[in-house]
Structures are given as C-alpha cells and as structure tokens.
Write a protein that binds this ligand. Structure first.
Ligand SMILES: [Zn+2]
Length: 751
C-alpha cells in the first residue's frame, strides 16, 4: 500500500473524532492535572514524577491534556485521545494490548522509559543495560528533531540501552559529551495502516528535567563547594569538585549555553505536534506575552541600605513616556528588602508597578524546615508592620541564598504565600568562570518537584545573572538575550540580582540598556508570576477535527494579558486557509518554533474554527502524506531569513495636535511575520518623542507619539520643524534594521 493510500485511509477513518474534555470554563486546574483535551498523560499512582508531565505540557503551551492513572485506562477511554504520553509504569498484558490496538487503529503513543511489554510496538529490540546521567544527541534530520540543537545534551537519571529493531532514531544516547553509543535515546515508528505511531524516550524525561533544573538529589543538603563559608546553597546541588568526593559537575558547564531541559521538552512538544498532525492539528500557547522571546526579571536585594528608591527612580526615568505597565513597556523590578529597609515611597512605587517583598533572612545560616518556618513567622509580620499598604509577598529570594536541602525553601515558602522563588543562583565566580548561560538548563519558570516528584506550586525562576559572581554583566545579558532572539531560539525569562543596596547600580543599568536596545521587556518577579499563572491556567477545550475544520474553545485566564496561541500551519491535507473566532476572521502570523511552522494569533477567549486545505469529505486535495519520519530536503527547517525588517514611516508632513501628539503610519514589510519597532523622532540629535510597538507583517499600524515639552514649545514658536523618524525594527527571528525618514512637523492650528 502506498503512503498516499494510507494517508487517505487514515483521514477517512478519523473523519470525526470528538476529543476528550468538554468545553470548560476558564479557571485554574491544579498542578499535575490538566484541563482536558486530545492529549492523555497516563500516570503511575505510585510515582509522583509521572504527574510532572502535566507541568512539562503546560510549560510548552500544550494546555489541552488530561491526566489519568494507568488503572483508569481502557480501550474505551483511549478512543477519545489523539496522543498518549505514557509515564514509566508496569503494564498488565491487557493494558499493553489496549495500547497496541489503539495505536494500530491510528493512535499516537509516546512511551517514557518503557518496559519490555511494549518493545515490539515501539520497534525496540532488547534492553542491554543502563546508562546513568549520560548524554543524548538529537537527529536534526528527523522531522521532530529539526529545530532542536544538534549539540549533545545531558540527561539525568537512568536510560535503558535498547537495541533498535524497527524504528527511526530521533535521538541517540551518548556515554559522554562526545562518544556515541549504538543505543537510541528517542525513537519513532509508524504502526499499521491507519496513521498510528509509537515513540519512545529510553529515559524518563520528567525525572531528567526535574534533576537538570534542581540538581542532584543525592547531593541535597551536602555542602560541596566550600566557596565562601559553610552555607549550603543551590549551587551545591550542581558542584562536583567537593574536597574528598570529587565528581563531575552535575551540569557540564561547557554546555551551559544550551537550555538542556528546555530543548528536550521541546523535542517532546515537537513529537506531540508531529505525531498528532494527521489526527488533530494541536494548538499551543506561546511562552511569553505578545510574542516576546526574552524577558528580564530584574530583582535586587536591599539589606536596609536603602538603595531601592534610587534604583526605582532610575527605572522610572528609563521607561518610555506613556508606557504601559500592563503591557510590560515600562522598566519595572523587584526589591527584596529587610523589614527595616527605608523605602519612604513604597506604596507609591507599588502603585506604579514595582514589587517590594521580604528578603527573608536565616542569619546566613543553614536551616531546617522548622527553623525556616520560624524565620517566616517572625519576619513576615515585621515586614507587614513596617510597610503598611504593601501587598503580601508572593515571590522571594532568601538572604545568602541559603538552600539547605532539596526543596524546603519552596514547600515552606508556599505555606507563607510564596509562589515564585529566585534562590537558584549562578554562583560562585570561581565555578561560573564568566560563562554566560542557564545552569539549570532552562529559561522557563516551572514548578518545583519534591524529592519523590510531587509538584510544589512554586515556580523556580533561576537567577542567571548576579553582581557577585565575578561576571562581565554586559556580556552576559547580551549573550543571553541574543541567543533567545536569534536563530538558536533559546527563549527565556532571565532573572538578575543587582543589589538594591546601591541607589545607582552599573550592572542594573547595563541590563536595562541591553534590554531596551533589543526591545526586551524588563519586569518584576511578581509581574512574571501573574503572567505564568494566567498563561498556565488558560486552556483549549472541546477540540474536534473533521479532516479540514479544527474547532476549539479557548479559555483565557486572568493575568494572561498579551497571550498568544498558535496552530500548526499545515494540516493533513494542506495549509491553514483561515481562522475564525465566534464567526469573525482572525489575523494570523507565521512563526517557526523549533523547526515547526505555526500560525500565531491573539488568544482572545471564544469559539475558534481553523480551516485547513484538503482532507474532509470529498476534499481529497491532500498534498503531503503525514506520518513520515524522514524529512525531505529543506522540510521542517527554518527558512534562513537573515534580512532585517525595513519598516516604512509616513506621511512626510504631519500636523501636531494641540497637546503635541503626532500620528504616523508604520508599515511592516510583506515578507516578515512581525516587526517590533522602536520609533524615535529626533531633532538636532536629541529624541523628542519615542514609542515602542509591534506591527504584523504586511500590515500598517497608526501610532501616536507625544512630543516632549521642549519640542512642543519649539514647534509652537516656529510653526514647523524638521525631525528624523528613526525606526529601529526587529523581526520575529531577531534580525534588525533601522530606517530613517525625514518628516516635517506642523504646529497645531486653531481652526
Ligand atoms: Zn541578602
């Protein structure tokens, strides 16, 4: 049977699939649970790590899943799902048979560290042994692997060394950073004639991601670095060279540039999207608001020195006039303060979007869960008493970044209202050696897991930049941001600790300047927390696909302002033809994410219909067969777009309003997905107005700029002035171009 014939059959068989999950109402779903949808996570009730797949799917924006324990799964329940992620678990013969026949019938199974009962289905041969804490390398010539780094990456915990019988290699195991084994790390196999596929990770991705992010559980509470004193910190969970117990660092710092955990979970996201493509094109949410690929979480600790006010005032001055805090256009930050820190305008700063929260102190000493709770109980009321009118702290960094065990900072902090923790700290300098990167393998705040894998409802936002790690701060921030914005796609929220003991901090100033130069938002930890909660609680519900029309209901949760959703650009029979929300057309932009093209849209709540070419009853116009593993030349890879977006500004003569407002049109070129524009009007070398905004590709946007007072006066006196509109623009993949347009401004005229 030809592939084309198989594809047609698969489409016919799967013409109407009502997916699990009903159209729900917007609202939180608890950590480790899902909102319902076409993805099913089969969990092991004896292994809380299996629920961490919910956290991974949420972080990847695949908020259309359900979690069920393996005992609740039957042939009848499976029939409602397009993709199953099977956590490591022992299967009965009946359960294995149900999964096999479901895949034969067109289902898509991704098995994590599977046992022998599924080996035949997965195309694995025999299990020849174990490999602990090794490496893997993604095959970027495979469709799911295109767009993932081709460098070797570390995994943690145990992989099984399977021989390959009858499956394609999506990634290979490496025994170290440079030595390949003959064993696969990730495999994919087409099964039967109905479009079914079976994939395997030969290691438990959830355990690996948790340990990559949080360190070596065997080193919890072990003082290893002896860098400064005997305080145990997060870096001790990664630090190899303990005197008397020298081992490799948990993170190979020659790999620190790569967000190793993020890249591996994005490989899972690619597999989900690719495998489901013939059954249901899978919608996703983007990581940050308004298509941002990088965000700075700017924080500082103030030990009652009182530099907070000075830094906040600088950030107010550095913010564009008329900026929107809600849209992350203003420079905002967090100061973690001792309760006796003088911040006379604290409530006013809070009202303007800054965050002031407690800098909890253990006296720079190791803690027990009990002593930590006692510290919170004593210091939180002091903070509240000294700062009446401030919101209760929801984010934290503890003094001396004490981290005495595996996760008590998170579990105890949660009892005192903390939801985001910045204590993971890229330090000390002698270990960092001025190497920019993400030592926890991630730029994405995700929930902590306890030693047994149980989710803790506190996000880990690792501090990647500190002013006490002997790093070149301008180089580090530029490197992190450029890797996020550029072709590597190492997206991230990058947390900095630039101590607010100082009123004027060169490191903070350098970070703000680097962010502004790249149109990257600078936010407080609290702003980031509100966003992640809002994004993670948003969901897709009631999905169905009839071969050409994908229908779903989008729930947008509070806090997710600027949320973007995306659907695959291509369905089983061809490209997306159009998208409607509640019956009205919705504009989309193309975005290639880790090798897969999506069409992106503003995620307003409502009922959506995405219509794809071909497929459907009598559609017939299928162009490419799905369910193929080998990538045809050029397919699935990012078009090499290296041209900066040259935006056009018009008109050349424009009259000011009485209040000094100038209205201009800015057009983004046709070949771009998006232009992020930083538009300045300059006169005699000085900026007289500025505005930052985005314009979708091939569209024009009207923007208003307000002249500064001096320029308004000059214009009023001379009735017309010449300015140059300098438009610095960056496209969706980070290419930059600047255009300069001479414009004559005319003074307001009384009519
Ligand atoms: Zn401190």
């Amino acid at each position: 049977m030809t592939r084309r014939r198989i594809a047609t059959l698969a489409t016919a068989l799967l013409m109407v699939i009502a997916m699990g999950g009903s159209a729900g109402t917007a609202g939180a779903f608890p950590p480790g649970e899902g909102p319902g949808g076409p993805i099913l996570v089969i969990s092991n009730p004896g292994d809380p790590f299996s629920r961490y797949y919910a956290e991974i799917l949420t972080a990847e924006g695949l908020n259309a899943f359900e979690v069920r324990d393996v005992g609740q799964v039957s042939a009848a329940t499976l029939s409602g799902y397009s993709v199953v992620i099977l956590a490591p678990t022992a299967l009965t013969a009946a359960q294995a048979a149900s999964l096999s026949s479901w895949v034969e019938g067109g289902g898509n199974l991704i098995a994590m560290r599977p046992g022998g009962t599924l080996a035949g289905l997965l195309g694995l041969g025999s299990d020849t042994g174990d490999l602990d804490n090794g490496y893997l390398r993604v095959n970027t010539a495979s469709v799911p692997g295109a767009g993932i780094t081709s460098e070797t990456m570390q995994f943690h915990d145990r992989a099984d060394r399977w021989t390959l019988a009858d499956a394609t290699r999506v990634a290979d195991l490496y025994s170290n950073a440079t030595t390949a084994t003959s064993n696969p790390a990730v495999t994919l196999r087409s099964v039967g004639t109905a479009g079914g596929q079976a994939a395997a990770f030969t290691y438990d991705l959830a355990r690996s991601v948790v340990q990559t992010r949080q360190g070596n559980p065997a080193w919890a509470g072990d003082e290893r670095d002896f860098a400064l004193d005997s305080v145990t910190r997060s870096d001790d969970l990664f630090f190899g060279a303990k005197p008397g117990d020298v081992q490799p660092d948990w993170v190979n710092l020659s790999k620190v540039a790569i967000p190793q955990a993020d890249e591996q979970q994005r490989l899972l996201a690619n597999l989900v999207t690719h495998m489901s493509a013939d059954r249901v094109p899978m919608p996703r949410f983007w990581y940050f608001p308004r298509g941002e690929r990088a965000v700075v979480i700017l924080t500082g600790d103030d030990h009652a020195s009182g530099g907070t006010t000075g830094q906040f005032n600088q950030f107010l001055a550095a913010s564009p006039p008329g900026c929107s805090v809600e849209d992350w256009e203003c420079i905002r930050s967090t100061s973690y303060v001792y309760p006796n820190t003088p911040v006379p305008q604290a409530t006013s700063f809070q009202a303007q979007g800054f965050e002031i929260a407690l800098h909890l102190s253990t006296g720079c000493a190791n803690f027990t869960p009990g002593s930590l709770a006692a510290d919170w109980s004593a210091q939180l009321p002091e903070f509240t008493a000294n700062f009446p009118g401030l919101l209760a702290p929801r984010t934290n960094r503890t003094h001396c970044i004490a981290w005495s065990d595996w996760a008590s900072e998170a579990t105890v902090g949660r009892q005192f209202g903390i939801r985001l923790d910045t204590n993971y700290y890229y330090w000390p300098g002698s270990w960092v050696q001025n190497r920019p990167g993400m030592f926890t393998g991630s730029g994405i705040p995700m929930r902590f897991a306890d030693l047994d894998g149980s989710l803790i409802d506190v996000y880990q936002a690792t501090t990647q930049l500190t002013d006490e790690s002997e790093i070149d701060i301008p180089t580090h921030i530029a490197t992190l941001l450029d890797r996020a914005l550029g072709q590597q796609g190492y997206y991230g929220a990058f947390t900095a600790n630039m101590h607010t003991d100082q009123a004027n901090h060169p490191g903070a100033n350098a970070i703000v300047a680097a962010a502004k130069a790249r149109n990257v938002p600078v936010v407080s930890a609290r702003q980031m927390l509100d966003w992640i909660d809002g994004r993670n609680n948003s969901s897709f519900a009631g999905l169905s696909f009839d071969g050409s029309s994908l229908r779903f209901n989008l729930n947008q949760a509070a806090g997710s302002r600027g949320l973007e959703a995306m659907v695959p650009a291509t369905g089983p029979g061809g490209r997306l033809l159009g998208l409607t929300r509640n019956g009205a057309a919705v504009a989309t932009n193309s975005r290639v994410v880790k090798g897969i093209e999506y069409l992106v849209f503003a995620a307003a709540p409502g009922d959506y219909v995405a219509t794809y070419a071909g497929g459907g009853a009598g559609g017939g116009g299928g162009t490419t067969p799905p369910a193929d593993v080998a990538a045809p030349p050029g397919a699935g890879t990012t078009p090499q777009d290296r041209l900066g977006p040259r935006v056009r500004v018009s008109p050349r003569r424009v009259r000011s309003t009485r209040r000094g407002v100038i209205k201009l049109r800015v057009r983004c070129p046709r070949n771009e997905q998006l232009c992020r524009v930083d538009l300045r009007l300059r006169r005699a070398g000085a900026a007289v107005a500025r505005r930052r905004f985005q314009v979708p590709g091939a569209q024009a946007r009207r923007v208003s700029l307000r002249l500064k007072r001096g320029a308004r006066r000059t214009l009023a006196r001379s009735s017309s002035v010449r300015v140059v509109a300098v438009a610095a623009a960056r496209d969706a993949v980070g290419n930059r171009a600047t255009t300069r347009t001479r414009i004559r401004l005319l003074a307001w005229k009384r009519r």
